[in-house]
Design a protein around this ligand. Structure first.
Ligand code: TYC
Length: 100
């Protein structure tokens, strides 16, 4: 029986699947300061001040916003970095990941 790859040139056949991507989502709360959230977005998500301010306001107004899309291990690292940094600074900022 012919495989579905029979007519695909050898160099175009790849067994490597693109990695699943995960959304890192920041959640609103009543205590974390806006300035601290902007700092987190610039430091850990490499956003400009303008972009970080927009995303922070989206979280504040809508309850949550996506900060970025990453492969699983990187998304896990971002979530842990954000929660760890917030905890060190006494903020209850929450962050989680969802499969895209
Ligand atoms: N709601 C917070 C305040 O009014 C600001 C805030 C924004 C907190 C985004 C968390 O992920 C957050 N100080």
């Amino acid at each position: 029986m012919a495989t579905k790859h029979a007519n695909v040139p050898l160099l175009e056949r790849s067994k490597v699947k693109p990695p699943k991507l995960y959304k890192v989502i920041l959640l609103n709360d009543d205590y974390t300061t806006m300035e601290f959230v902007i700092e987190v977005l610039t430091v850990f998500f490499k956003m400009s001040m303008e972009q970080a301010t927009q995303v922070m306001l989206k979280v504040h107004n809508d309850g949550s916003a996506v900060c970025g899309l990453y492969p699983k291990d990187i998304a896990e690292t971002k979530v842990n970095q954000v929660i760890g940094y917030a905890t060190q600074h006494g903020h209850p900022l929450r962050c989680h990941m969802e499969e895209n």
